[in-house]
Ligand binder design. Structure first.
Ligand code: PAF
Length: 276
């Protein structure tokens, strides 16, 4: 497994790698990331993983300083998966002095997560554009858990005519349905139990759809009611939205998502489920 810390090092090894699958991450890897690595390995001749806690996607009240990190553990996991290249740049390598450009994604980036975290998706799109330019992957894998991020990346690739296939991996869940996330590491044991309420609420919305409910407002209410039953949970938003524009739906259409952001103690968790 090759490790690169600078763009020049990546440029030197990239020609020898052939068709490259990329899995961009912020590290503290779990099974969700590893499932993306395995999917990339199955369809490309080489796989690269980036580990970079991207400062431009964190707002002033976000958790950049306390974001969990475990570089040695991550490298062990990636070695065991047979990853070919790991790119671990410093913030200065990605944002050298004088760097000023930003990608703006438009209305999609200012609803839901974008409304709560202004500038977040601009930071995500900017770093992903840079990582695609540096590593020149044929395809890149992202997790469905961050559904709005997936929509942002699809928009980025379409709008800038980038020759990269955007691949989305299914959300990997614990036995009680909690979606795997690096941020789960912040949860105390009691909070960890309480966090299963997100999936219960999403399932309740899907069950309602299975029984014939199509009204977006009533489905949002179904999710709100389940979250309200868990004293440790504070709802941030419950949404029924189009998976590309993330616009709220009055009436559910095929492909639409139920999306939740819920605070459990100090930790803000996201999850989503396809409704129809
Ligand atoms: O999902 C993440 O881990 C990050 O947002 C990403 C895509 C690696 C960009 O920093």
């Amino acid at each position: 497994m090759r490790m690169c810390h600078t763009i020049a090092e990546v440029r030197a090894v990239r020609p020898g790698l052939g068709s490259l699958g990329l899995v961009p991450t912020m590290g503290f890897l779990h099974e969700g990331h590893l499932s993306l690595v395995r999917a990339a390995k199955a369809s490309c001749s080489a796989v690269a993983v980036t580990i970079f806690v991207n400062p431009t996607q964190f707002g002033p009240s976000d958790d950049l300083a306390r974001y969990p990190r475990d570089e040695a553990g991550d490298l062990r996991l990636l070695e065991a998966e047979g990853v070919d290249l790991v790119f671990l740049p410093s913030p200065q390598a990605i944002y050298p002095p004088g760097f000023v450009s930003r990608v703006e994604i438009g209305p999609l980036a200012s609803v839901l997560e974008g409304a709560v975290r202004p500038g977040h998706f601009s930071g995500v799109a900017t770093v992903v554009l840079k990582l695609f330019n540096i590593l020149q992957p044929e395809a890149a894998w992202f997790g469905q858990k961050d559904a709005q991020q997936c929509a942002v990346i699809r928009r980025l690739v379409r709008d800038f005519d980038m020759p990269v296939r955007v691949m989305i991996g299914e959300t990997v869940r614990d036995a009680d349905g909690l979606a795997l996330s690096s941020r789960n590491a912040y949860l105390s044991p009691a909070e960890r139990d309480a966090a299963a309420v997100l999936y219960r609420a999403l399932r309740a919305a899907r069950l309602a759809v299975d029984r014939g409910e199509r009204d977006g407002g009533r489905l949002r209410q179904v999710m709100r009611a389940v979250i309200a039953e868990e004293p440790a949970a504070a709802l941030n938003y419950a949404s029924v939205a189009d998976p590309e524009s993330m616009a709220e739906r009055d009436t559910v259409e095929p492909g639409d998502l139920a999306l939740l952001a819920v605070r459990i103690g100090r930790t803000r968790l996201l999850d989503n489920l396809r409704l129809l």
